[in-house]
Design a protein. Structure first.
Length: 200
């Protein structure tokens, strides 16, 4: 079955292609070129669906299934910021480092050296047979001093529950087993399996 990903992020493409190895997994940009998608939903699920629907609407009618994700980090003590604005917390076009630095500044402004936090991933699947959304979470805490060079985004300041290293320090293989996206993709597997049987 053809699975079109509503992302051009190579890391995400590789992760999803590995998980659905019996399918033909292709980033949308290889089929329809670059697109500007306005993510104006009120939560992760809405934004994941906006991306998947936008790509699905541009594809030739047929058997393709579109998969997208929207994810981010939330700190309850900071009014659940940055949440759905994780990728643009420090403004449109902000770098990962600028977003991370803004979160650290906001922690320090509250006199916090660390605070409980969690990552959310919403995976949306849009197909001729219908639309589906599943979620995965990873809980832990954020700290005010980045550690480690691995990962991306807020990984150098996030320590998952049960660990004493940040995601920037942890082995990528461990991160893949505990991540919010990995958990959501596991929940998407039965949906993809059901659609695969319908498209066979």
């Amino acid at each position: 079955m053809k699975i079109i990903l509503a992302t051009s992020n190579r890391g995400k493409v590789r992760e999803i292609a590995d998980l659905f190895s019996e399918d033909e997994v292709t980033p949308y940009s290889e089929l329809i070129g670059p697109m500007h998608i306005v993510e104006n939903g009120s939560d992760f699920a809405a934004n994941a669906l906006i991306k998947a629907r936008s790509v699905f609407s541009k594809l030739p009618k047929g058997g393709a299934v579109v998969l997208s994700d929207d994810s981010g980090i939330s700190v309850p003590l900071l009014n659940h910021e940055p949440g759905i604005f994780s990728a643009r917390y420090a403004g449109e076009g902000a770098s990962d480092r600028e977003n991370l630095e803004k979160l650290v500044e906001n922690l320090k402004a509250r006199g916090l050296q660390e605070a409980p936090a969690y990552y959310t991933a919403a995976i949306a699947v849009v197909s001729p047979e219908g639309e589906y959304v599943v979620h995965g979470w990873m809980h832990g805490r954020v700290i005010d001093t980045p550690r480690g060079e691995g990962g991306f985004g807020y990984d150098p300041i996030f320590i998952p529950e049960g660990y004493d290293q940040t995601l920037g320090e942890l082995d990528p293989a461990i991160k893949r087993t505990i991540s919010h996206r990995a958990k959501a993709l596991e929940l998407a597997k039965p949906i993809i399996g059901m659609l695969r049987s319908l498209h066979a």
